[in-house]
Design a protein around this ligand. Structure first.
Ligand code: AMP
Ligand code: GLY
Length: 425
């Protein structure tokens, strides 16, 4: 069978890489794909992003089912459109994707359904927003309501920073319409984890846990990015916490959506802040929902999947997730993102990737912002590569990942040196 993966990032390369290993899969079509998917013998880049054209393509090319990587097509209603055309697709409807596409919607949803999250208020008026900040004091978090590729959140240490963020967002800053409304919320402390499940409308299948590194620089300094590296599993999520997260966050989210008249299908990603203390009592709060897999979390998660992912997704698309099961490699997978010069601002593109670590069974370089031009790989986006390895411990995985990075080069490259630090004693 042929499977269509929508997107062009490291997440999509990783999904396509795993799907292409299935003996049942001839080709994974990736739309629009990147330099990595262009180079794989069983992948084909499809230069389309328009939903109607993708529907025509899936139909004429007899695609068995489609998997959606990024949030933008979900928010634009790609799942509704494919289903209306009688095509199989895995993802949330446009209505369900509001959990990610509007922070205000997600916050109101969580309050309505008693799902634990930071206290908040939503504003469109800058004067009222500023008055609220001054009343609450710092630290405080300012978030653009709409989609902002991981860059719409300011964790302000001082009220001045928070007031500046209001001027940026509710003024005419670079985020545009995404920041016409802002959510201002309580600053939570603790350790973050990414908890991702598959939902078919009836059943839920949890994926392995992971932890992202959102800040640009070592020791979690610098601006928020789309994610600079991740590893799986996240030891902070013990089996006891896993059960609590299912009971206190995932199940009530699916049930709450149902109560609101929305059947949730697709990936549900809860970004969590886990407070200190013993597992039975530590606080678990939802920082955000995403309605897709994480990037770069997908890269290490997928490296640990031992089962046939094409079978799992097929069952998910058909509403038979209760029959699906995933065997996990017990080792740790760890991925380090190599980003372009000036990321997360406007990244420089067009730098040649002059050296690239060779893929092995335990080390894969997933591509994101790359393009293949006349057989030369060049940078084409902010996050360029994600060097992902499997090893017996986080420490060993870290060493192996940075060893592979030392064999990889493009001008302007920047990457964190400490991915995985929280899990290294
Ligand atoms: P989000 O896009 O909502 O996940 O936010 C991006 C990052 O900002 C998160 O991964 C956290 O590191 C940080 N963040 C978001 N909300 C809060 C909060 N209420 N308290 C502390 N940090 C936060
Ligand atoms: N890595 C965070 C995200 O995908 O939203």
């Amino acid at each position: 069978m042929r499977i269509l993966v929508i997107g062009s990032g490291g997440r999509e390369h990783a999904l396509a890489w795993k799907l292409a290993q299935s003996p049942r899969v001839q080709t994974v079509d990736v739309a629009p794909g990147n330099g990595g998917t262009a180079n794989h013998p069983n992948m084909r880049n499809v230069p389309l992003t328009d939903i109607d054209q993708l529907i025509d393509y899936a139909r004429t090319e007899k695609i068995a089912y489609t998997i959606v990587g990024p949030e933008a097509p979900l928010a634009a209603g790609i799942v509704d459109a494919f289903r209306a055309a009688g095509l199989k697709i895995f993802g949330p409807t446009q209505a369900a994707a509001q959990l990610e596409s509007s922070k205000d919607y997600a916050k109101a949803f969580m309050v309505r359904h008693n799902i634990p999250t930071a206290a908040y208020q939503t504003f469109t008026d800058p004067a009222l927003a500023k008055a609220y900040i001054l009343e609450q004091g710092a630290p405080i978090v300012v978030k653009a309501d709409g989609l902002a590729a991981g860059k719409g959140v300011i964790v302000a240490e001082t009220t001045d920073q928070a007031l500046d963020a209001i001027d940026q967002m509710l003024g005419d800053g670079s985020l545009g319409a995404a920041a016409a409304r802002v959510v201002i919320e309580e600053c939570l402390i603790g350790e973050e984890a990414s908890f991702i499940v598959l939902c078919d409308g009836n059943s839920v299948l949890a994926l392995a846990t992971s932890q992202d590194h959102k800040r640009l620089l070592d020791q979690d300094q610098g601006p928020n990015t789309g994610g600079m590296g991740a590893y799986s599993p996240a030891p902070v999520v013990t089996p006891a916490l896993h059960n609590r997260i299912m009971r206190e966050v995932i199940d009530p989210t699916i049930a709450g959506m149902n109560q609101d008249g929305i059947t949730f299908t697709g990936f549900l990603y809860a970004g969590l802040m886990i407070g200190d203390g013993p597992d039975a009592t530590r606080t678990i709060k939802v920082l955000e929902y995403n309605c897709r897999m994480g990037d770069p979390e997908t890269q290490p998660i997928v490296m640990r999947i031992k089962s046939d992912l094409a079978d799992v997704f097929e069952l998910a698309v058909e509403g038979k997730l209760d029959q699906a099961n995933i065997d996990w490699d017990r080792r740790t997978a760890l991925g380090v993102v190599m980003a372009a010069h000036n990321y997360p601002g406007t990244p420089r593109t067009g730098d040649a990737i002059t050296r690239l670590a060779t893929d092995t069974e335990d080390c894969v370089v997933f591509h994101a912002g790359t393009t293949l031009q006349d057989q030369v790989l060049k940078t084409a986006g902010g996050r360029v590569l994600c060097v992902t390895v499997l090893a017996d411990s986080v420490r060993r995985a870290q060493v192996a990942a940075y060893n592979a990075i030392s064999q990889t080069h493009f001008d302007g490259q920047q990457y964190r040196r400490d991915i995985g630090w929280r899990a290294i004693p």
